[in-house]
Design a protein around this ligand. Sequence first.
Ligand code: HEM
Ligand code: NAG
Ligand code: NAG
Length: 468
Amino acid sequence: MMVMLIPVLLWSFLILLLLPLFLQWHHSKDKRFPPGSMGWPYIGETLKLYTENPNSFFSKRQKRFGNIFKTHILGCPCVMISSPEAARVVLVTRAHLFKPTYPTSKEKMIGPEALFFQQGAYHSRLKKLVQASFLPSAIRGSVSEIEQIVLAFLPTWKYATINTLQEMKRYAFDVAMISVFGENQHLEMEGIKHLYRCLEKGYNSMPLDLPGTPFHKAMKARKQLNETLRRLIEKRRESGKQEGGLLGVLLGAKDEKLNDSQIADNIIGVIFAAHDTTASVLTWVLKYLHDNQDLLEAVTSEQEGIRREIIEANRRLTWDDTRRMPLTSRVIQETLRIASILSFTFREAVEDVEFEGYFIPRGWKVLPLFRSIHHCADFFPQPEKFDPSRFEVPPRPNTYMPFGNGVHSCPGSELAKLEMLILLHHLTVTYRWKAMEDEDGIQYGPFPVPKRGLPIRVTPRPRNKLTH
Ligand code: HEM
Ligand SMILES: *[C@@H]1O[C@H](CO)[C@@H](O)[C@H](O)[C@H]1NC(C)=O
Ligand SMILES: *[C@@H]1O[C@H](CO)[C@@H](O)[C@H](O)[C@H]1NC(C)=O
């Protein structure tokens, strides 16, 4: 009896042991990965992404494989997403399954406690604080301050040949500084500016931490910046005066207090997020207005209407004035669409995910392709045409995301639009500009901008065109 039972027991034991393995094997055979080519192992399609124009890289694959396809970039399997509904799932409805992901070198330079890198409870607490300091109600009082910056910059451009991108960076940087530190600029500001510039030089360098490399120099500046900010935070804490700006809001955080690293990393994070982005968009606005002179004249007459009222009432430009610039606002909207300076963003699946009928394994990157959606003829007819009038009607839901969507969407969108409107107000009524490059072209640094940063020659607007 016992002798007969042993093989039966053995078999049952074996089956019990192997069944889960078998089921798992069977199950994974059912799993449907998104279509697409993974390229050569490891090197993947990275070489192709770098040697081809990124737009054609994406559009070729989209044509071949559809709106969801897989590829390999820098050794990571990736899923590219260019349908508005699927992008919404990743960024909004199932955002908890897709965490933001950045190269560790970026995280080290900006600071690991910054908003971009976070998820969950700490992220949402911090996000509320950052959003609060950039709401329309919080920034409407900064209009005069920003206007002062514009009025200091513009005369330095007169009769000069300037690099538009570089000048716009300086402008957007100054605006970022007052929005972060408040209107009372301190002695420390020059030092902070200088250190930030050193840090910035290393942002897109190879993350090689050896003496003499740009990355090493950047990290050194980051440490000094840390120290300067720590002293500033200490001073403000001791004086009991939090003062304005994002720093004031972060210092005043109730409930759990934020520690020095959390404050410093987020200050640097916001300066980083605020200025190259806005400067690149402004550079494109000047390019498109230059290439569409009729539009430039129409924008100018909208701005002149407001200027005339301001002069008659003997007052300054206000927040409410900036709400009465519909054409100029549409020019900005259309520039954000056509230039799509953030072509896509990176997420990473935090667990195995069933997604639109496909299987995405944990750890795979997922990239919503903003640019592909913004350039899809189904949503934006004749997508390569610069046509602000298309925004006379609102775009279809989830098809227009220049500031992202969902929990990680941009808290600075209103500030970015405000500083563009204020600059365009004074620029269009007072000056004209001529592009010094004959040929169009795009360069990536890392955001797409017109070739060589759009060198222009700025002259006063001819007097006879002024309407009194
Ligand atoms: C035209 C200029 C700008 C554009 C096109 C832009 C675009 C974006 C986009 C698309 C995202 C989302 C990224 C993602 O989902 O992965 C984002 C996030 C962010 N932006 Fe902007 N941005 C601009 C200006 C600004 C300004 C002026 C600020 C300053 C307050 C700012 C601060 C941030 C921050 C802190 C985040 C991270 C939010 C989070 O992770 O929760 N941005 N931006
Ligand atoms: C900044 O200083 C804090 C201590 O105040 C430290 O924990 C943190 O690692 C420093 N960060 C950098 C980037 O040096
Ligand atoms: C601040 O808090 C974070 C998160 O709890 C922690 O990782 C970091 O080391 C803290 N930094 C300092 C300087 O206390």
